[in-house]
Write a protein that binds this ligand. Structure first.
Ligand code: NAD
Length: 497
């Protein structure tokens, strides 16, 4: 049963938002965004080109100089809270648009909208708490540091949980006193457009938030190359991050890079196996498996392996694949036919690599069209296989048995990515050894991925660098300036007397 969540129609043209106004591309270019249920066009989208980026950056620069840079943090916080209010009151429409645009089930997109509002509320509060440090050096000096906004930030975001990730960037950027040019992903333009309407209704001064839709190679690259954009905060694939850094290095830009992942989940026999099972299923099959922190490589201690895998297979058969607007659906459609083909191509490596598809791996028989794929479990996997090493970014889980703690750690670390990691054990000391030894930006012990917005979020190795969240976001979005004040007359060597 597909629920009618709201009555707001998706506009025929999804435009840019520059200087407080919705505008088309200067050159009039447009592209189609597809409905992943049918792959028929959902709407036309303005296709941003370098001249549109120029216009957006000029607007953001003016907004920064004229309104935002010198506004009291308390005032900025008021605007951010107003945006959060707007998001909350538009939850139905936002969640519906997010689901039809991305294929993510409605009960999950509802959670994402709520988190998007939380991002604004959290950073509204952080704006008022931003402090410097003092370094008293009596009697000669009083030294202190201040954080200052830097200017225009280019925010480049992916299509998985688009609104949540866009707000994860916009909120700290605005809280810090910078202004934004957002370039949303070309496969998921709808909610960024709707967010711009909320921002317009919140009466944000013109130019403080700008958004240019379009492709990475044109709009995205122009933003990275723009000399008036000192900050690039990027979320996306590792290879795209590398390309962006190459382009931006000519301008010595400051980067925050939240890149791909292939995160291990290690389950020891002494863990609460029922909870571990729930978390494993949640960690790979929610958000259609299109989650950067998905626990996509499962390692299970050999003495409980058979039982755990049997339970997993049993539960996987009962996961409901369906239309994302059906409240009963657990897995909707993958975002795009190209992505569907990419994910499926990994499953099709079975005869080449020698693993076994024990559950799923096919288009569900009830869905002859659209980007539907069954939740998939692969066994007989070796850690050097492509399915164990490369980010698949879909509902595909590999599982391997291990015998010793050392072996589990070795295999968990033997991958180029280092974003998230998860360990399940009843042994506190072992959980701490694991937390120390794992090569990842984040470790969850006996827990699925539960976020605390105060903590630093980010990856190591090929999963990127820089941390955002809490005050760590301000390390990226502000410049730390040190002021040295002489108090009295410290000795000054006198030359040339
Ligand atoms: P992507 O790298 O293809 O695209 C991301 C964004 O970059 C899009 O807006 C795209 O238009 C833009 N882009 C592409 N080429 C560009 C260029 N040359 N210059 C400037 N911009 C360019 O990623 P995707 O497929 O949209 O997203 C999936 C990826 O994102 C996965 O690898 C996933 O792990 C990663 N991700 C990471 C995190 C994290 O926090 N580490 C969070 C979510 C997603």
């Amino acid at each position: 049963m597909i629920e009618e969540q709201h009555t707001e129609t998706i506009p025929a043209l999804i435009s840019h938002f520059i200087q407080g106004e919705f505008v088309e591309s200067l050159g009039g270019g447009r592209f189609e965004t597809l409905n992943p249920d049918t792959n028929a066009p959902l709407a036309m989208v303005a296709s941003g080109e370098p001249e549109d980026i120029d216009r957006a950056v000029a607007s953001a620069h003016e907004g920064w100089q004229n309104y935002w840079r010198d506004m009291a943090p308390k005032e900025r916080a008021r605007y951010l809270n107003r945006i959060a209010d707007g998001l909350e009151s538009a939850t139905d429409v936002m969640a519906t648009w997010d689901s039809v645009d991305t294929g993510i089930p409605i009960h999950q997109t509802r959670g994402q909208i709520s988190r998007a509002a939380d991002n604004f509320r959290f950073f509204a509060e952080m704006a008022t708490r931003m402090t410097g440090e003092s370094f008293p050096n009596a009697p000669h000096f009083m030294n202190y540091s201040v954080r200052q906004p830097i200017g225009v930030a280019g925010l480049i975001t992916p299509w998985n949980t688009p609104l949540m990730l866009e707000t994860w960037k916009i909120a700290p950027c605005l809280a810090a006193g910078d202004t934004a040019v957002l370039k949303p992903a070309e496969w998921s333009p709808l909610t960024a457009y709707r967010l711009a309407r909320i921002i317009q209704e919140a009466d944000l001064p013109p130019g403080v938030f700008n958004m240019v839709q379009g492709f990475g190679e044109s709009a995205g690259a122009a933003l990275v190359r723009h000399p008036r954009v000192p900050l690039i905060s990027f979320i996306g694939e590792t290879t795209t991050g590398q390309e962006i850094m190459r382009t931006g290095s000519d301008f010595l830009k400051r980067f925050s890079m939240e890149l791909g992942g292939k995160s291990p989940v290690v389950v020891f026999g002494d863990a609460d196996l029922d909870r571990a099972l729930d978390a494993v299923l949640y960690g790979i099959y929610t958000l259609n498996g299109e989650r950067c922190t998905a626990g996509s490589r499962l390692f299970v201690e050999d003495r409980v392996y058979d039982r755990f895998v049997a339970d997993l297979s049993h539960r996987i058969q009962r996961i409901k694949v369906g239309h994302p607007l059906d409240p009963e659906t657990d897995i909707g459609q993958l975002i795009h036919p190209e992505h569907w083909a990419r994910v499926k191509s990994y499953v099709d490596l079975a005869p080449v690599e020698g693993f076994t598809v024990v559950a799923g791996g096919r288009r569900p028989p009830d869905f002859p069209q659209g980007n539907y794929l069954e939740p998939t479990l692969l066994t007989g996997v070796r850690n050097d296989m492509r399915v164990a090493q490369e980010e698949i970014f879909g509902p595909v889980l590999t599982v391997m048995p291990f015998h010793t703690e050392e072996e589990a750690m070795l295999w968990a670390n033997d991958v180029r990515y280092g974003l998230a990691s998860y360990v399940w054990t009843g042994d506190v000391a072992r959980s701490q050894r694991f937390a120390q030894g794992i090569e990842a930006g984040m470790v969850w012990v006996n827990s699925q991925n539960v976020r605390d917005l105060r903590t630093p979020f980010g990856g190591s190795k090929w999963s990127g660098f820089g941390r955002e969240g809490g005050h760590y976001s301000f390390d990226f979005y502000t410049e730390t300036k040190t002021v040295h004040v002489a108090a009295g007359s410290h000795p000054i060597p006198r030359l040339g007397i």
